[in-house]
Design a protein around this ligand. Sequence first.
Ligand SMILES: Nc1ncnc2c1ncn2[C@@H]1O[C@H](COP(=O)(O)OP(=O)(O)OP(=O)(O)O)[C@@H](O)[C@H]1O
Ligand SMILES: [Mg+2]
Length: 443
Amino acid sequence: FTGLSEKIDPEEVYSIMDQIYEILIHKVHDYEGTVNEMTGDGIMALFGAPIALEDAPQRAIRSAYAIHREITRFNDKITQERGGLPTLKMRIGIHTGPVVVGTLGNDLRVEFKAVGDTVNLASRMENLAEPGATYVSEETFKLSEGLFRYESLGEKKINGKQEPVKTYRVIGPSTRRTRFDVSAERGLTPFVGKERELELLLDGFERAKQGRGQAFSIMAEAGVGKSRLLYEFRKVVSNEDITFLEGKCLSYSRGVAYYPIIDLLKSNFDIRESDEDSQIRDKVKRGLRQLDVDEAFTLPCLLELLSVKDSGIDQIALTPEARKNRMMEAMKRIPIKGSEIRPLIMAIEDLHWIDKSSEEVLKYLLESISGARILLIFSYRPEFVHTWGRKSYHNQVNLNRLSNHESLIMVSHLLGTENIARELEELILEKAEGVPFFIEEFL
Ligand SMILES: Nc1ncnc2c1ncn2[C@@H]1O[C@H](COP(=O)(O)OP(=O)(O)OP(=O)(O)O)[C@@H](O)[C@H]1O
Ligand SMILES: [Mg+2]
């Protein structure tokens, strides 16, 4: 900001800074981070503290990415409005490690201050970063590798640290969004057990193909193998003439209305991150024509969900309630119509992170599939409780942890030998408790 204050009067500097802080705070909150300190020309934010959050490093990086993008937009806006200002850019540094969080002041204003090495290193990363860039430490890099593209900057000398520190620049998000996607790309441990569950899904698929719509709810604790089961199922049916769509709820998407539904739509209409509004509009129009769905009714809803400008939804006079019903109706018609062309499998993962609107859509859809060639597969951890009720075509599948025998098969695969010391076997069985994810992490 120093450069800025030399060029314009203090009042305007103040207003600009205010808007920038607004962006920073919003984008941190979007990923459930906490703004913990406002410095003269920036902020310090925490993800995963004081309340532990899944995927904290990932959230921090996505938030940083959103901030850079939003600041660019802000610059464009300011240039249009008044021009003649230097472009504003943020430096962002991220590090992952333990922090001490305490409260300061009295009970009325709960503040907390994080201190220690972790915070210092994050701040050093920020110092190193050039404007417009995000730098992360090796710890953050390791926890998010595969989910983002990085440029390694080698080791950097840092004040107050004896050893130089490995530093990485974030280039952008990769196409892989979950831990499982990353593992699948690196190579998976051979699939062990769970034949029965796979059979159940395949039986369900046979029934769905014959026009007896089916739904499966797969429940298991974290790391027990929901995503893996789905992956194995998808492999088995990969040569069938069907449409297979996947939508995911993400740990930080609960606040985003219709998140997994939008995901499904994007995969159905083959919409890419880089597509312009006009391309999206064309793809959706073409798709609707193929499906033979009423365009006047559905197109505005879809474009609105896909955040296309001038979706046309505002031209239709609707109460919020009516608008929601219309969205639901559109989200039902598309799969039903699609399933008339070829059988449709729709998998929605991780419902424990679903937003309310999407949950309503899924529930509505579930009501309507009984006579359609549709197989719905849901997965979630035990903390989610569905309200699908009892339907003859709904199947509940609860995945159990692996038996000791199955765990040891996994261990032999991972170690590449059957000759494993008894003590090591016992240690692994005790530590991993039959959770495949822990077995992999442990070895
Ligand atoms: N039956 C199995 N045989 C071999 N490996 C397995 C098996 N089940 C799961 N795994 C492996 O364990 C890891 C965790 O499994 P997965 O990602 O499917 O768990 P999840 O239930 O989807 O967890 P989360 O709730 O965190 O999404 C993956 O790398 C997966 O390949
Ligand atoms: Mg999973």
